[in-house]
Design a protein around this ligand. Structure first.
Ligand code: UD1
Ligand code: CA
Length: 450
């Protein structure tokens, strides 16, 4: 049966103390909302409906940034979770599959858990994701009758006996879409909060003779983010799992606790990551590469056998072929570096193409920006760029060409040529010694007078 996701993301998140809507705060470089969307996307949903309210425009832009295949609907007033789901009704009218309600502030739900819910849905009309809470706090309580779920009681409305229950509601609910909206029609706001509770659909379903059950998951999966401390805890949880996964997949890390991953980092087997490396969004590293200490990578691709760092920075669009070497204090942006090329020390390479086996000397800079436009530098194969060469783009160095140390390149260099562009040196005989004597005399005189 086809699946639709309804992701609730209208809340402000007052406890975040932020101008940004809560679901746009990030873990591992991606908004909470995107984490929820990614979890749901594993089900290959036919439709994804995001219910936005606070900061709806920003929420919509962020969602579409990750996937344009979404409907964003507005909940102008936050009257409760049932009311929020109701806003998705028009977007799902005529949809004949299962609907799954997720929260935009709950980033760790696992695809297997959602699969288990769908499997249970085949046997029951309504399926709720529950967990055994170490501290049940103010969560809604799941009132069971054997394996059947009888009702969900919100903390505020619960009796002491119900509050003693430790099986809690995660908020994730699954039912056939038409059944879900039918049940929501029966929800009122006569309760301690004056809200339309989505959780009321369970007792309504039971009175209609429908069946409800619970799928259980680990409490860590249902962690919702409401404050900055919780966001920080969630970040740690994400990193802990990402490090464990990388190690499990054959990546060597000497100090895994000092390596930071993004939600989409991919590292191949037999790659070595030294301490204090940060992977920002959009990085793939193939097998057998080495990322040395204190490097920062973002939006880039590192092919196998390449070595990056220590202290290197790869920015978006850095594309390294096999066996490339990027050394200390080198920054590469929007540049393709072909196989076996080396940029070993203190360089900026931006908006460039560097051919196979070329060697870029220390201190080389691609002067790519004229204050208004960016320009490209193209370097052929087997080129030797002397130290401290300034490449004033747009400019091309032909295959097998060479630049002399300290050259400022402003014109193209044909294949096989040597370009020298610097002031010619002149030696003045004995001049240094004379100058030193003069200066020392001046200093001695000045100290006598004072
Ligand atoms: C809800 C559940 C509770 C469950 C808990 C798990 C209800 C009535 N209660 O309680 O049983 O244990 O989640 O965390 O469903 N939202 C909207 N529009 C609204 C109201 C909420 O979009 O009108 C969104 C919020 O932004 C949030 C989510 O829905 O992402 C949950 O809402 P929240 O008010 O936090 O529900 P809880 O009181 O925590
Ligand atoms: Ca909540």
């Amino acid at each position: 049966m086809t699946v639709a996701l309804i992701i609730l993301a209208a809340g402000k998140g007052t406890r975040m103390q932020s101008d940004l809507p809560k679901v746009l705060h990030k873990i591992a470089g991606a908004p909470l909302l995107v984490h929820a969307m990614k979890a749901g996307a594993s089900l290959e949903p036919e439709k994804t409906v995001i219910v936005a309210g606070h900061g709806a425009e920003l929420v919509e832009a962020s969602a579409r940034d990750w996937s344009n295949d979404v409907d964003v609907v507005l909940q102008t007033e936050q009257l409760g979770t049932a009311h929020a789901v109701l806003q998705a009704g028009d977007a799902l009218s005529g949809f004949d599959g299962n609907a799954i309600v997720l929260y935009g502030d709950t980033p760790f739900i696992q695809p297997e858990t959602l699969d288990a819910m769908l499997a249970a849905r085949a046997e029951h009309d309504v399926v709720v994701l529950g967990f055994d809470a170490a501290d049940p706090g103010r969560y809604g309580r799941l009132v069971m009758d054997g394996e059947a779920l009888d009702a969900i009681v919100e903390f505020k409305d619960a009796t002491d006996a119900e509050r003693a229950i430790t099986l809690c509601n995660s908020g994730v609910i699954c039912a056939k879409s038409d059944v879900l909206f039918d049940l929501i029609d029966g929800v009122s706001n006569e309760n301690a909060s004056g809200e339309y509770y989505l959780t009321d659909i369970i007792s309504i379903a039971r009175t209609k003779g429908l069946s409800a059950t619970v799928v259980r998951c680990d409490e860590a999966e249902t962690m919702g983010i409401n404050s900055r401390p919780e966001l920080a805890v969630a970040e740690v949880a994400f990193q802990t799992r990402a490090r464990a996964d990388a190690l499990e997949n054959g990546v060597t890390m000497h100090a895994p606790d000092t390596v930071y991953f993004s939600h989409d980092t991919y590292i191949g087997a037999d790659t070595v990551i030294e301490p204090n490396v940060v992977f920002a969004a959009g990085v793939t590293v193939e097998n057998n590469a080495t990322i040395r200490a204190f490097s920062h990578l973002e939006g880039c691709h590192v092919s196998r056998e390449s070595v990056v760092g220590p202290y290197a920075r790869l920015r978006p669009g850095a594309e390294l072929s096999e066996g490339v070497k990027i050394g200390n204090f080198v920054e590469v942006k929007n540049a393709t570096i072909d196989a076996g090329a080396k940029i070993n020390h203190l360089s900026y390479i931006g908006d460039a193409q560097i051919g196979e086996k070329s060697n870029i000397g220390a201190g080389t800079i691609t002067c790519n920006y004229d204050g208004v436009f960016k320009h490209r530098t193209t370097i052929g194969k087997n080129v030797f760029v002397g130290s401290n060469t300034m490449l004033v783009a747009p400019v091309t160095l032909g295959d097998d060409s060479m630049t002399a140390t300290g050259t400022i390149i402003t014109k193209d260099v044909p294949d096989g040529d040597l370009a020298v562009g610097r002031a010619r040196q002149e030696n003045k005989t004995g001049f240094a010694r004379k100058l030193f004597e003069k200066l020392k005399f001046k200093k001695a005189k000045a100290s006598k007078e004072s």
